[in-house]
Design a protein around this ligand. Structure first.
Ligand SMILES: Cc1cc2nc3c(=O)[nH]c(=O)nc-3n(C[C@H](O)[C@H](O)[C@H](O)COP(=O)(O)OP(=O)(O)OC[C@H]3O[C@@H](n4cnc5c(N)ncnc54)[C@H](O)[C@@H]3O)c2cc1C
Ligand code: SF4
Ligand code: SF4
Length: 1023
């Protein structure tokens, strides 16, 4: 699994730039898998390995240059879209260069008159559909991997999808494709050349960079759900629809086993303590269920005839709500993997007339639960996708896998074929593609790629894997009884027990992850960086590697777990409804709290401030209440059932938020109580940084204070605070076996009704066009979407617009963990969010989360977008007649110090700062060390020897030295930071030693490599 040679790496970096090339083992592994999970006994024979490098070309010129380089140096290359295929087409041979085309996602042109669209290779169906939808167009067809697969991937892989009943396979709908040939020549393919040499070719003839395809006009759709008691009735109904030439657009179906097993699925994301969200689940009959879709305009031509077909075949039409539900589930074909956690997959194409016989034979021969989804294509072909739930952790999985071949054998006996070739079914190439196409492809491949560098081993070829597949096929009748008897273990295992150091439930989810990639493009952590390791799919893959003992938790891997923004988009995207974000939170607890592997250093500074003053902004507790204007002080009591919880940022930095919230709440008639100086940070920074012991201390403090003051309802300004009170404190109380009685509200949930029923009235308009940013912790985490919008819409004459992504789909601001963990990525993410506001023509972005506002303000400045970032409560209070100055300037001033601390805490920067106190460090070395060092200077090679010894010596000496030089270090830090706010300056002599103390064990190993050469230089030159 070696990386490419350094000279190839150097050339790749020259072509694509450093940020678009990866050769580290972790990333290369992440790009060496697809959705297929081969059984452990077969895996060693799969002719694939670990990529030698991964490149993400920015444009076609870079693809051309990479192809030429590969040709010149004999390097094998593998085109890759979003890796949602499962036939091994994207699996690299050991050392090959993976060319990841997923960054090329633009829709290049839309011809609304001729109904064609041109898109870049990596464009995802869902995004293309959204974009062309704005022009009144819709896709003719799409695969059920619509949320994550690419246009070029489908052309190269081939296949049917929704809409195939009317429009056939994708290649029949492609006008042309632009391809970089293995020689580096760029060629536009169309017509038969395109179908014969590019389509279904799995990238062996070149890298597709653009695809132009036909689309249709968008119109409302009818979705009908019909139950048939057996495969025979379903088959004859489908034949009648086809024979009657009913102009239906799409027909798909499920077998009874699918419905039966679906009832076992957990309904939510599955976290034991998760709040219940509304969830409709129809009770479906355990029958063959067909979903039939067609445009509304064809009702007249279809409805009556279809009714006749349904009744003639004993079908029962189910209610419209169930039909819509099943339609919405069409992108979740793998959802049953959640109960596996693995599946044995199988996929075939059979003639429609033979479909009932094939299903009958499968029923006879496969004696394990068999989930089946069917997709009827043009020309009376049916694609059957089968899954047998199983458990790859058991030996039986190896045996049960043979059943996938049984299904292919049954299909072939009835005039069908395997679905695709890829790497595993090369021996089926002729039956899948046809002899003529295979011969033509072979000829062309030899002509344009004689050295065989382009995706070698795919479509054609032979090796041990083909022998194994062939033998298994030949002995299928003998193997089948054994495979049928190889049942998965009867339970999921004990999810509360660690598996090789991974919490049991996380381990299970890591196996269950189908690698479908739905969570990848929308993941905030991924989109700011673009590398698979940063995505939920990549993180589960890494956890599997750790469990297998092939990887360990080094600093980079730990930071990758920490840096997730907790936006929860992944939870909403996952077709298996895995509790993804909750899993990363659990990993933080495991790695940081339990195993003490060290969090991001700035969190230690916040922790020190929190322990002393109960806030994270290094403000003194006695100043926590400074936000309260004199005139409302009498209205805010020490005790009472409705307690306002201002939180740190609104108390110390964005005080307009606390003031405006309190004014609106009191004006609406709420009598507020308040903890005053006793209020402590809600603790979310400690929770997300893995410092759970401190989080628990805070929980005890805040809940005790709240009870002491008779609080029953907690009202917060910050959505993270309300999430903590509503969910995280409640969970902790449950774990500690304590009562938890608090009701929790975000203030918008009280103010919106007050505006609606006239308790509050807004009179003053707001200038300019306004949009609203959904905070993840209010929206996805708590379902608070409408109250803030209702508040804004109550402002007279407001010019309100939504951004492209809003409510559940709203983009994360990219805040806290990115700001603290990888500061340079934060404005990239904030920029993505704010660009949508610019595109919507907004001048003001209103947000309700104090932390989002800090991040959006910072990103607004760094991206020079010229927007105004304002707070919801402040804007509404202004419309109610209050003049509360907004706090952009002050918040940026305060953030500036954090910014500097975060940068300073990077080991290289800290080492640089420490050069200023080298003389003091030298003087405070343990007895005898200084003379020894000076003596070594005189010995040839002595200092080089010292340099090698430092990593072992320094951790032993550091605590003593640093304690002694701390006053000098504080001076150096103060010089670097500049004039600090009064409280911060006063607290720093206390905060810094505490921070360094907590940091030492995990920070020193990061610091020493930077510090040592500088220290040796100092000894050599300055002593
Ligand atoms: C949940 C789920 C549902 C699915 N539903 C369907 C379905 O309904 N119908 C269907 O046919 N398939 C389906 N698939 C399989 C898969 O999604 C499709 O084959 C999809 O088109 C692959 O697209 P991709 O971008 O992920 O390509 P990848 O998986 O990355 O690549 C697939 C093949 O194409 C090649 N390739 C990729 N990009 C290029 C390029 N730019 N130039 C040249 N070659 C390239 C690769 O080398 C590989 O051989 C499904 C998969 C999942 C996980
Ligand atoms: S919570 Fe957000 S950033 Fe974290 S993994 Fe999920 S989508 Fe990515
Ligand atoms: S985490 Fe869910 S959405 Fe992401 S790849 Fe796995 S199964 Fe798919």
């Amino acid at each position: 699994m070696a990386a490419v040679s350094s000279s190839v790496e150097h050339s790749l970096r020259e072509i694509c730039g450093d940020e678009r090339v990866r050769t580290d083992r972790r990333e290369r592994k992440m790009y060496s898998v697809d959705i297929g999970a081969m059984p452990s006994l077969v895996k060693p024979f799969v002719p694939a390995g670990v990529a030698g490098a991964v490149v993400r070309p920015r444009d076609e010129a870079q693809v051309v240059a990479v192809a030429k380089l590969a040709q010149d140096r004999g390097v094998e290359i593998v085109p890759r879209g979003w890796a949602t295929s499962g036939y091994g087409g994207v699996l690299p041979k050991d050392g090959a260069v993976v060319v990841d085309m997923s960054d090329r996602q633009r829709v290049l042109s839309i011809d609304a008159e001729n109904l064609t669209v041109r898109a870049e290779a990596g464009a995802i169906w869902e995004n293309v559909d959204r974009e062309i939808g704005m022009r009144g167009l819709a896709l003719r067809m799409y695969p059920s991997s619509y949320p994550s697969s690419s246009v070029a991937g489908w052309l190269a892989q081939g296949g049917s999808g929704f809409g195939s009943y009317e429009y056939g396979t994708f290649k029949d709908n492609v006008v042309s494709a632009r391809v970089v040939l293995p020689t580096g020549v760029v060629k536009e393919f169309s017509g038969s050349e395109l179908r014969d040499l590019v389509a279904d070719a799995e990238g062996i003839t070149g890298i597709i960079t653009e695809v132009e395809f036909r689309v249709r006009r968008r119109e409302p759709e009818v979705h009908r759900l019909v139950a048939f008691s057996d495969a025979g009735s379903l088959g004859s109904a489908l034949s009648a629809i086809s024979g009657g030439a009913l102009p239906v657009w799409s027909i798909t179906f499920l077998n009874p086993e699918s419905t039966r097993l679906k009832k076992k699925l957990p309904h939510h994301h599955g976290h034991p303590y998760e709040m219940e969200h509304e969830h409709f689940e129809p009770s479906l009959p355990e029958a063959f269920l067909a979903v039939i879709a067609y445009p509304e305009s064809r009702r007249e031509a279809i409805d009556a005839e279809l009714d006749k077909v349904i009744s003639a075949n004993g079908g029962t039409e189910l209610d419209a709500e169930s039909a819509e539900h099943e339609w919405e589930q069409r992108f979740a074909p793998m959802r049953l993997k959640r109960i596996g956690p693995s599946i044995v997959p199988t996929e075939v194409v059979v003639p429609l007339a033979q479909m009932p016989a094939v299903l009958g034979e499968i029923d006879d021969k496969i004696k394990q639960p068999f989930i089946l989804e069917g997709m009827v294509g043009k020309g009376d072909n049916v694609v059957l996708l089968g899954f047998i739930p199983h458990d790859e952790r058991s030996f039986a999985f190896n045996l049960a896998f043979a059943l996938s071949l049984s299904v292919i054998k049954i299909a072939k006996a009835h005039g069908g074929a395997a679905y695709s070739t890829g790497l595993y079914f090369r021996r089926e190439a002729t039956s899948v593609l046809g002899a003529e196409k295979v011969a033509g492809l072979l000829r062309y491949k030899t002509e344009v790629d004689p050295a065989g560098i382009m995706n070698p081993g795919k479509v054609f070829g032979s090796g041990l894997i083909d022998v194994i597949m062939g033998t298994a096929n030949a002995f299928e009748p003998l193997v089948r009884p054994i495979a049928n008897a190889a049942k998965p273990p009867s339970s999921m295992g004990d999810l509360s027990k660690d598996v090789n150091g991974i919490p049991g439930d996380v381990a299970f989810m890591a196996y269950a992850c189908a690698r479908c990639g739905y969570c990848v493009p929308t993941c905030e952590q991924f989109s700011g960086r673009g590398w698979e390791s940063q995505s939920p799919r990549g993180k589960y893959a890494y956890i599997r590697e750790v469990m297998a003992g092939r990887e360990t938790w080094d600093r980079k891997a730990i930071d990758t777990m920490l840096v997730c923004t907790t936006c929860e988009v992944c939870n909403t995207r996952c077709q298996l409804q895995l509790p993804i974000e909750h899993n990363w939170m659990e990993m933080r607890g495991k790695l940081i709290n339990e195993e003490k592997r060290g969090t991001f250093p700035p969190f230690e500074m916040m922790a020190a401030s929190l322990r002393g003053e109960r806030d994270i902004w290094a403000g003194k507790a006695e100043h926590r209440t400074d936000w309260i204007p004199e005139d409302i002080k009498p209205l805010i009591k020490d005790e009472g059932p409705i307690m306002y919880f201002a939180g740190c940022t609104a108390s110390f930095v964005e005080k307009d938020i606390a003031e405006a919230t309190a004014r609106l709440l009191t004006d609406a008639g709420y009598e507020l109580s308040y903890m005053g100086e006793e209020e402590g940070c809600c603790g979310i920074p400690m929770k997300v940084s893995g410092k759970w012991d401190l989080f628990e201390e805070i929980y005890v403090h805040n809940t005790t204070e709240a009870r002491k003051r008779g609080a029953k309802t907690i009202v917060t300004s910050c959505p993270a605070c309300s999430l903590v009170w509503k969910e995280l404190y409640a969970n902790l109380a449950r774990e500690r076996g304590e009562e938890y009685e608090f009701e929790v509200k975000h203030y918008s949930e009280l103010i919106a009704p007050a505006l609606a029923d006239g308790r509050l009235e807004l009179k003053k308009p707001i200038e300019g066009r306004v949009t609203f940013h959904d905070s993840c912790h209010a929206g996805r985490a708590q379902g608070i979407y409408e109250p803030p919008r209702d508040m804004l819409k109550a402002i007279p004459g407001i010019d309100y617009v939504e951004m492209e992504h809003s409510r559940e789909e709203g983009l994360c601001c990219g805040s806290v963990l990115t700001l603290v963990g990888e500061i340079e990525v934060a404005p990239v993410l904030g920029g993505h969010r704010l660009q949508e506001a610019v595109d919507a023509g907004a001048e003001t972005v209103v947000a309700l989360c104090p932390c989002c506002q800090v991040q959006l303000r910072d990103s607004n400045i760094k991206n020079e977008l010229g927007l105004k970032i304002d707070d919801l409560s402040r804007v509404v209070a202004e419309a109610a007649g209050y003049d509360i100055p907004e706090t952009t300037e002050y918040s940026m001033y305060m953030w500036g110090f954090f910014d500097k601390f975060i940068i300073l805490m990077e080991p290289a920067n800290m080492a640089q700062l420490m050069t200023k106190i080298f003389p003091q460090m030298m003087d405070n070395m343990p007895a005898g060390m200084k003379p020894m060092m000076l003596a070594m200077k005189a010995v040839p090679g002595g200092l080089s020897m010292m340099e090698k010894m430092m990593p072992a010596m320094f951790p032993m000496m550091a605590p003593g030295i640093l304690n002694k030089v701390m006053p000098d270090m504080i001076v150096a830090v103060e010089e670097y930071i500049g004039e600090m706010p009064e409280d911060m300056a006063a607290l720093m002599p206390d905060l810094l030693p505490k921070t360094m103390d907590s940091l030492m064990p995990t920070y020193l190993p990061q610091l020493i490599p930077h510090l040592t050469p500088k220290f040796i230089d100092y000894v050599r030159n300055d002593t």
